[in-house]
Design a protein around this ligand. Structure first.
Ligand SMILES: C[S@@+](CC[C@H](N)C(=O)[O-])C[C@H]1O[C@@H](n2cnc3c(N)ncnc32)[C@H](O)[C@@H]1O
Length: 253
């Protein structure tokens, strides 16, 4: 208790963000030495419409806000790209909500949004999926997702294990795919099925790419892209994307 009181007293004297940030980084260095803080001066943190979207899903102070912002920004890239949108792995529907919201602002394409999920959580992790996940993790019911999406009407929920229902969108052209299923096999199935259906300029975003909790997802994408000209652009927030038809330059060796 005395320690806490001393700490609050110390904080009171350090009101500026810069001073508090210094304290945070010093403590952080001790707790997780490899952890990298970023500057706390980011305009997107004050993006009101985006924050109210996050609030709707109780994600304002969650750890995925930067990846959601990435999703938002990439959706802006497909404004003139024909085709539907897809999410593989919806959880509560936060990603799909944002995708549909953006589709509604781009009415010239009359996009339809397709959502694939077991609604029973993850399938069984394979050997290359690490130790973090278990079958059934991240399970949200289809009813809950429908409820969260209830102000929209241009979407379909496909319940089933990926890729069992992909055939139902066999004839669709696709402008945007969000792959977010954490494991090797469904990630591989998703990129294998949707890559050939992408319009030129369309975007494939893999939320799990480069996360050390999801080694299988990263491997699935890299293996599939090995003989393609596009490679994943790995973002600092821990996700990767490609633009169909855009060759990706070599990386530092
Ligand atoms: C990380 S969550 C998705 C988060 C969501 N995209 C968002 O933006 O909030 C992973 C989802 O993938 C689904 N999933 C995982 N493996 C699957 C599989 N083999 N088939 C179908 N759905 C799967 C889970 O049910 C879960 O809803």
């Amino acid at each position: 208790m005395a320690l806490l009181r001393a700490f609050y007293k110390y904080l009171k004297k350090r009101r500026s963000i810069a001073a508090r940030f210094r304290l945070l980084t010093e403590v952080g260095k001790k707790l997780i030495p490899q952890y990298r803080f970023s500057w706390p001066y980011l305009d997107w943190w004050n993006d009101k419409p985006f924050n109210s979207y996050l609030q709707r899903f109780n994600e304002l102070h969650h750890f995925n806000t930067d990846r959601k912002y990435m999703l938002y920004q990439l959706l802006r890239l497909i404004d003139d790209i024909p085709g539907d949108t897809v999410e593989c792995g919806s959880l509560e529907g936060a990603g799909s909500y944002l995708i549909h919201l953006m589709n509604d602002q781009s009415p010239q394409h009359e996009r339809w949004h397709h959502v694939f999920d077991s609604f029973e959580g993850l399938s069984a992790p394979g050997e290359g999926d690490g130790k973090h996940w278990e079958q059934g993790d991240l399970s949200v019911s289809m009813g809950q997702v429908r409820k969260n999406m209830d102000n929209f009407d241009r979407y379909t929920l496909y319940q089933g294990w990926i890729p069992s229902r992909f055939a139902e969108v066999q004839d669709k052209r696709i402008a945007f795919v969000h792959i977010d299923v954490d494991l090797y096999q469904p990630t591989r199935d998703a990129i294998e099925f949707f890559y050939p259906k992408m319009s030129e300029g369309g975007v494939i975003l893999c939320d799990d790419y480069g996360s050390s909790l999801c080694p299988g997802a990263t491997r699935a994408i890299d293996e599939y892209l090995a003989d393609k000209t596009e490679k994943m652009l790995y973002m600092t927030c821990g996700s990767g994307f490609l633009i169909k038809g855009r060759q990706t330059a070599l990386q530092l060796a």
